[in-house]
Ligand binder design. Sequence first.
Ligand code: AMP
Ligand code: GLY
Length: 426
Amino acid sequence: MNILLLGSGGREHAIAQSLVRSKHCSRCWVAPGNAGTAQIAENVNIPVTDFEAIADFISTHHIGLLVVGPEDPLVLGIRDFFEAKKEFSALKIVGPRKFGAQLEGSKDFSKKFMARHGIPTASYATFHDDQLEEAQLYIKSHALPIVLKADGLAAGKGVLICETLAEAQAGLDSILGDKKFGQAGSKVVIEQFLSGIEVSYFAALDGKNFVLLPEAKDYKRIGEGDTGLNTGGMGSISPVPFCDAMFNQKVLDQIILPTVHGLSAEKIDYRGFLFFGLINVGGDPFVIEYNARMGDPETESVFPRIESDAVELMLAIHEQSLDQYTMKISTLSAATVFLVAGGYPEVYRKGDAMEIPNSESGVSFFHAGTKMEQGRVVTNGGRVLAVSALAESAESALEKAMIGAQQIQFEGKYFRTDIGKDLISR
Ligand code: AMP
Ligand code: GLY
């Protein structure tokens, strides 16, 4: 079967690696891909939101399976686009419809969904852009810190955690008044601040059944000890030490099952991956957010632990046969360390030549911000490359990932050396 995977990050390189290893994969293309996906699959330079160009490519290359990596095409309705065209009725698609993708695409939609189904989450109120005064009054009587969220997609930047009333007032003005996030900020969700450790759970859903993937934890801040500015993710580990049998059972009973039942009660035929961004508040899980896709950099630790066939998983998601699919998960631990460009997440360097040796056994180099230029791999983004290692313990996976991180050379390279250490040493 010919496969087209949309996306260009480390997540997509990791997913592509699992897809091309499957006996069901004839040819695999990645649009637009990066220098790493070009080595194991074929890149095609089509933007992930250019549905017409994707459709042309699918027709001419006899693609049987379309896997959607990032959220933008899902929220814009790529599944609906193909389902509306008779000539694509045989195309198998992994990713929910536009309606279901609102779980990620609209914070207000996802909060209302959680409220309807009794799913634990921070208490909240939503205000529209003609309710700036009401919103300002609301925050005056609310405890601090307080969390402001632009309703729509804002590339991970639409959340403001405000420690003071003045900050919250200015934040509200910038979202609702000045439209700092454009249309994404035509509504604002104002939320209670929850204090705890964050963790990511993942399920594959076929509209009837679901299977769980391994959980993971990502590290978002640029600096050691989780300090400094937020980033797109500096590393991840899987499994997560505090996710023991008791916590997993709570996550299943209080969050995952009510979500899956809620989707089915509301007749939302959700076929794709669902990401549960959770926070552990004193031993109890709360939902911070849903995402309609896999996470990055979590996927780089999660997919290498999946031993069962990835193409069979994707097909089962589309064909509603996940009840027949056995998810086999490695008992090994995974650790991922992201190499980023000097200056990131502020102004950073681009176009630096990279030296990438062959990786050791059990270690994968998943490219993200890289491209080929005159026969060489050069940096092409803030988050450049993820080094992911599998080993018997979290400590040794981390050690292996560190060795890999040191082997790769480029001007201005930076990475955190403490990924996972806060949890491993507990
Ligand atoms: P989100 O885009 O909703 O995942 O928010 C981005 C980040 O903001 C999360 O990963 C959390 O670190 C933080 N955050 C969001 N909502 C809350 C909350 N209610 N309490 C504490 N932290 C939050
Ligand atoms: N790691 C968080 C995300 O993918 O949104």
